[in-house]
Ligand binder design. Structure first.
Ligand code: HEM
Ligand code: HEM
Length: 275
């Protein structure tokens, strides 16, 4: 996904959204309701209707997204989605007349704000993380790095073959227990506290530093190889972390938009019920 959608068509949807917000603010300032401003005045119903319409339309986005094949149309949709989605902050807030409480209405409002907030995070992630990922890999591809890890494993085994049994088993564990990613928490943390390579590196370095060590040259070579592998593992775990961050927000954005829709239906039904 390219950031082009933000500037799409000379900021067309930013202009549309700004226009909507300016009109809403002007009407809100101009309107003097009999009581205080709230969702039940003519302006309240108008803004609520526009807000609910926008929410349904924004949710339609997921389906349109899968239908459209071409990037151009998709960019237009996303541009409209982002700017009109953000305009809800103003439209829905003015609709409420700033009357919040511990009730279903405010739940709908809160869910909407979380969906919008996660959307902002998504935009940030799409704009920032691909570049961070390339920097993190120092312009190598993930495949290159995986291949280098495989090659280092092979060299480690070769160097370790003449070394004491304890070293051999540390190296074999490092080769067979290399884990990158795993559970969502593990992916997001970008680390592995149980990393067999880190363990092997610490132990072999300690042994290599002890004065009485035999096979000094091979031990030092092994320390260097394990350090290189540990660096590659750090890079790949960071890669997985950035990828997970690029997706995690959608696990809030989409399910919470369904929760929002349900709360909104409840809100509308309840206000008509008590009418
Ligand atoms: C067709 C759309 C909508 C209609 C007909 C509608 C109707 C109303 C009405 C009549 C009220 C006044 C209730 C009262 O004073 O007791 C109200 C208040 C409110 N509405 Fe809506 N609304 C709509 C859409 C929305 C949307 C999209 C949101 C935000 C997600 C929202 C959030 C609220 C909140 C937070 C209040 C203030 C509740 C309170 O007084 O505690 N409404 N709405
Ligand atoms: C209440 C307002 C919003 C609702 C109900 C909503 C709902 C949705 C839904 C249903 C999707 C489809 C996701 C999928 O199926 O893959 C989506 C995608 C998306 N939304 Fe929103 N959204 C809202 C506001 C926003 C805002 C304000 C932003 C940005 C600031 C935003 C950013 C995005 C992005 C970037 C995608 C595309 C994700 C992808 O293609 O990977 N949304 N939204």
């Amino acid at each position: 996904m390219h950031e082009g959608f933000l500037v799409y068509n000379g900021f067309r949807y930013l202009k549309v959204a700004t226009f909507l917000c300016v009109v809403a603010i002007a009407l809100y300032a101009w309107d003097v309701p009999p009581d205080e401003p709230n969702g039940g005045t003519w302006l309240g119903y108008g803004l609520g209707g526009i807000g609910a319409g926008l929410i349904v339309w924004l949710m339609w986005f997921g389906m349109r997204k899968r239908k459209y094949g071409t990037i151009g149309k998709l960019q237009g949709w996303l541009s409209a989605h982002v700017y009109l989605g953000a305009s809800l902050i103003i439209i829905a807030t003015l609709h409420t007349g700033f009357q919040f409480g511990w009730n279903l209405h405010t739940l709908a409002y809160g869910l909407m704000m979380v969906v919008i907030g996660s959307g902002f995070f998504g935009i940030y992630a799409y704009a920032r993380y691909p570049q961070l990922m390339t920097q993190n890999r120092r312009d190598e591809t993930a495949d290159d790095i995986y291949n280098e890890i495989g090659e280092l494993d092979r060299e480690c085994r070769q160097v370790a073959s003449d070394l004491p049994d304890e070293v051999v088993s540390l190296v074999l564990a490092s080769c067979s227990e290399t884990r990158i990613g795993g559970s969502v928490i593990r992916q997001l943390s970008g680390t592995d506290p149980n990393c067999a390579t880190a363990r092997a590196f610490d132990k072999v370095r300690e042994m290599a530093a002890s004065a009485a060590v035999e096979h000094g040259t091979n031990m030092r070579k092994l320390v260097t190889l394990l350090a290189m592998k540990a660096t590659h593992l750090r890079t790949m775990r960071r890669e997985v972390q950035l990828k997970a961050l690029m997706e995690i927000w959608l696990y809030f954005h989409v399910p919470l938009s369904f929760a929002l829709l349900a709360a909104l239906v409840g809100h509308i039904l309840s206000v008509f019920y008590y009418w």
